[in-house]
Write a protein that binds this ligand. Structure first.
Ligand code: TRP
Ligand code: ZN
Length: 881
């Protein structure tokens, strides 16, 4: 909990550590409510540090200090100063051995940082600053040490004892207790430390690296989940092969372990040799997990595996550099998934997340650069900006230097910095050095917040057969950054002829024409002149979404319809459809708000969709994306002020009209792709299901008996979770009379599968049907609801606040009160989760006066919570500033 004045940490205050730790020897006597941690550290002065205080300050929180000794001599009370968050040891020698003994209470630890109990199993979470809740330490990533860990516990309750590295010894002691000693040969910062003790089973496999080393792969889970690990193992093996092929990186230990736990604040954690995962990102069986779950599992398993090089072998100097490992690793996992699935579809899914969620963050009170320059609580900076925008920045570097150049840069990076804790600037420098290029202006992407806007106009001159393309870039003000400088922006483009062919692109000062070109924007205003253009072309712009920007360009419905049919770039083609749909839905909103009687449904949109459905497709997942309307979240993002009711009504209205007009087409596609799916997951079956369920989702808008029957049959006969949950969702979001019965049936069927029960909560929490607030309030009292389990909280409270705009923003303010009270409760239970939930209030200034007022009241209340955590305090006060 917070001291009177939470302090802000600044990047500009960074100083190298005064002391270094060469080795760490830990011993854990595990007891649920009284664990003893003995730590023996070999410490020496850091010769490069300029400080000469002579005393050593260690971090430690919520520890009961039993004893502290230096070189075998126990210290007396006058030798040190103990405070709430530090242990200051006065007058230490140049080099010494420090031994501390502390007691901790894992059972009481509901914040899930440090050592805690998850469903009866001991586990740890140390990133970012959780290690200080385990023992006194220099808890900062630029202090890297070799660790050995002895874990002692009751043999029957905790037969499996794990830590980082390799097991080197084991034994039994009295009282039915046993121990295992682990050694990690690699130097690492303490945030990568991990420990597990539990009654676990595992599946095993092996991977032979390209240099011929055999690695044992273990996935540990609770007994009843042992049949849900195969997909995770397959994903891990694919990731290992991919990193060898694409980056030349092999795994370095002989053993790689993954453990699934039920109580976890985030997705997963890359602890050296011992990844700990939210069970949601490990466990999958076709009947319990959806295709989306399968995709996420593959991506997260890969993400954590890739961290072994981008994060662990090379780590961050300080937490301001978080994007060094996260941006790069997200970029790597995105590219991996693109190679495993469909590149175009993966790119569109990623752009969707970025544009709805990261753009909102970048335009709100928590906006920060991918390398922030200050924070109160670092846990608040594991953000979409650091992760997803960070990945976009790495992607732009690859676009600028090319794939080969990028590989040269990464090779140099691994060679130059292996074993070190470094900065994002060191990374950029490698890319420059390996490619003899200048990225000095590009570096602004690391320090400047906000989403840039690019305005593009074009002018074709038939007489000279030239095209002039004018660009104007700007970036809105963000907190503490009123004025922005022009950025270095790669803008990939192509030209299309009237008959839909790709036309050659040739700039006036270039000798050769190319099919596609990346323009480099560096100034506020620029012009590009293209030559040898026989007829007026259509410009295809921001191909593959080559930069995380808002592109503003005037396009007529005709031009958009043309691009939907003809753009050769998968992203741009999809984007044209989204733009056209946005125009149509915006028109419908105006009709609703201003009583304008023009029928908004646009003939171009209708015929474009009909045409798409009549074509044959190799990639039917892509077709499903082309048919999807922009989400309410995206429709909120493209306008200054948000009217959640109008957005919902307009979108629903258009969706319904499309369903009515294209009923036969949706039906035909549905029938064609609806098979009795045994449920096996692969790109083809997942594509089939995505498309089919998209059609069902349109058809449900017809609200006919026949459609209800279709949904019911799919629900009753589904052999996989994707189909079952898709059907249940259409049932819950309609007046289907079977709703209550099927929800009950689903609960009974899956009550022993927590991850499926999470879906059961979410599907009800996100329903747009009337009365949802009451349903949600009732669900709070359900015996399966538990505020101490983050997945459960996210599935009910989070889903309602983040994915149900109409009901969360109900004008009576009940949704706000609901969220406010849960944030207050969670502030004491789990500050990280409480702070995440606050995210739903951060956009409060973009709503009408009534809603603003009501959200503000909640924010003020939250900021004034007694014992407000740093996490919650920082977000609430920044929102109100
Ligand atoms: N490093 C983890 C990842 O991105 C993130 C993470 C997992 C985390 N658990 C956390 C960050 C708890 C902060 C707190 O893979
Ligand atoms: Zn990560």
């Amino acid at each position: 909990m917070r001291d009177a004045n939470p302090t802000t940490v600044y990047l500009k205050d960074y100083k190298p550590p005064e002391f270094l730790i060469d080795s760490v020897d830990l011993e854990f006597e595990l007891e649920e409510e009284n664990t003893t941690v003995r730590s023996t550290l070999i410490i020496r002065k850091n010769s490069t540090s300029h400080q000469i205080t002579g005393s050593l300050e260690l971090s430690g929180e919520e520890l009961v200090l039993i004893s502290v000794s230096i070189d075998g001599r126990e210290l007396m009370a006058e030798d040190y100063v103990l405070s709430k968050e530090t242990l200051l040891i006065l007058n230490v020698p140049e080099k010494f051995q420090l031994e501390t003994i502390v007691r901790i209470n894992p059972k009481q630890n509901t914040a899930l940082e440090g050592l805690y109990l998850s469903n009866g199993m001991f586990c740890t979470q140390c990133e970012a600053e959780g290690f200080r809740k385990i023992t006194y330490f220099l808890d900062r990533p630029d202090v890297m040490a070799r660790f050995t860990t002895r874990v002692i516990a009751d043999q029957s309750k905790y037969p499996v004892l794990l830590s980082n590295g390799n097991p080197i010894d084991r034994g039994k002691i009295g009282n039915n207790r046993h121990w295992v000693k682990w050694e990690d040969p690699f130097k690492k910062p303490c945030y990568l430390f991990a420990l597990i003790a539990g009654n676990l089973e595992f599946i095993e496999d092996t991977h032979t690296t390209s240099s011929g080393r055999d690695i044992d792969l273990h996935i540990y889970v609770e007994k009843h989940d042992i049949d849900k690990c195969d997909h995770a193992m397959r994903s891990l093996k694919k990731a290992m092969v991919w990193d060898e092929e694409v980056y030349g990186r092999e795994y370095d230990l002989d053993l790689y372990m993954i453990v699934a736990v039920s109580h976890f604040n985030m997705g997963a954690m890359e602890n050296k040799g011992l990844n700990i995962f939210n069970s949601k990102f490990v466990l999958a069986r076709p009947d319990t997990a959806t295709d989306t779950d399968y995709e996420y599992i593959e991506g997260v398993i890969a993400h954590e595996y890739f961290h072994n090089w981008t994060g662990n072998r090379i780590t961050c100097r300080d937490w301001f550099q978080l994007s060094l490992k996260e941006g790069f690793t997200v970029f790597r996992d995105q590219e991996f998934s693109a190679d495993m699935t469909s590149r175009g579809v993966k790119r569109i899914d990623d752009v969707n997340t970025l544009r709805t969620r990261q753009f909102a963050e970048d335009g709100g009170p928590m906006a920060h650069p991918i390398r922030p320059d200050s924070y109160i609580e670092i846990n608040n900076f594991y953000t979409l900006t650091v992760y997803e925008k960070g990945a976009e920045v790495v992607r732009m570097i690859q676009t600028l230097v090319g794939r080969k150049g990028f590989r040269k840069g990464s090779d140099l990076y691994f060679e130059r910095f292996d074993g070190q804790a470094i900065t994002t600037d060191d990374f950029v420098k490698c890319m420059e050095d390996a490619n003899q290029t200048d990225l000095s202006q590009f570096r602004l992407w690391y320090s400047q917040a906000g989403t840039p806007e690019i305005r593009v106009t074009t002018l074709y001159d038939a007489a000279t057969q030239t095209l002039t393309l004018k660009t104007e870039q700007s970036c809105p003000a963000t907190p503490k950054q009123p004025h922005k400088k022009p950025l270095h922006i790669p803008l990939t483009m192509g030209l299309l002829t009237a008959d839909g062919k790709q036309a050659p692109v040739q700039l006036e000062d270039e000798t050769k024409a190319v099919p596609e070109k990346t323009l480099e924007l560096t100034e506020a205003r620029q012009q590009f002149h293209f030559i040898n253009i026989a007829d007026k072309p259509v410009v295809s712009l921001l191909r593959d979404f080559s930069a995380p920007v808002k592109l503003i360009i005037d396009r007529s419905p005709q031009e958009l319809a043309f691009l939907i049919s003809h753009d050769t770039n998968a992203f741009c083609r999809w984007e044209a459809g989204q733009l056209l749909a946005c125009q149509v839905i915006t028109g419908e909103m105006e009709r609703i708000l201003n009583g304008n009687s023009n029928d908004a449904l646009n003939i171009q949109l209708l015929s474009a969709l009909r045409h798409l459905m009549s074509q044959t497709w190799d990639d039917i997942q892509y077709l499903a994306l082309l048919l999807n309307l922009p989400s309410e979240a995206y429709l909120s993002e493209i306008r200054e002020t948000i009217d959640p009711d109008a957005i919902h009504q307009a979108r629903q209205g258009i969706k319904q009209q499309l369903a009515e007009n294209l009923q036969t087409d949706f039906n035909a596609l549905y029938q064609h792709y609806h098979e009795d799916e045994s449920g096996s997951y692969n790109n083809k079956t997942a594509g089939r299901r995505r498309l089919k369920n998209t059609c069902l989702n349109y058809l449900k808008e017809l609200n006919t008996k026949a459609v209800y029957e279709l949904c019911n049959q799919q629900f009753l006969n589904a052999h996989n979770m994707t189909d079952q949950i898709a059907a249940l969702s259409t049932i819950v979001n309609s007046d289907n009379p079977e709703k209550a019965e099927y929800l009950n049936q689903f609960y009974k069927q899956w009550q022993d599968e927590p991850l499926v029960i999470d879906k059961w909560f979410s599907i009800q929490a996100t329903s747009h049907m009337p009365g949802t607030m009451d349903v949600v309030n009732k669900l709070l009292g359900h015996s399966a609801f538990d505020l101490k389990n983050p997945n459960r909280v996210r599935s009910l409270v989070g889903a309602f606040a983040q994915a149900n705009p109409v009901h969360f923003h109900a004008t009576n303010g009940q949704g706000y009160e609901f969220l406010g009270s849960h944030i207050a409760a969670l502030n004491t239970i789990n500050p990280q989760i409480a702070s995440r939930l606050l995210g739903s209030f951060t956009q409060w200034r973009r709503y009408d006066e009534n809603r603003q007022h009501k959200m503000k009241i909640q924010l003020e209340k939250i900021a004034a919570t007694p014992d407000v955590s740093k996490d919650v305090y920082e977000v609430a006060t920044k929102c109100l500033a």
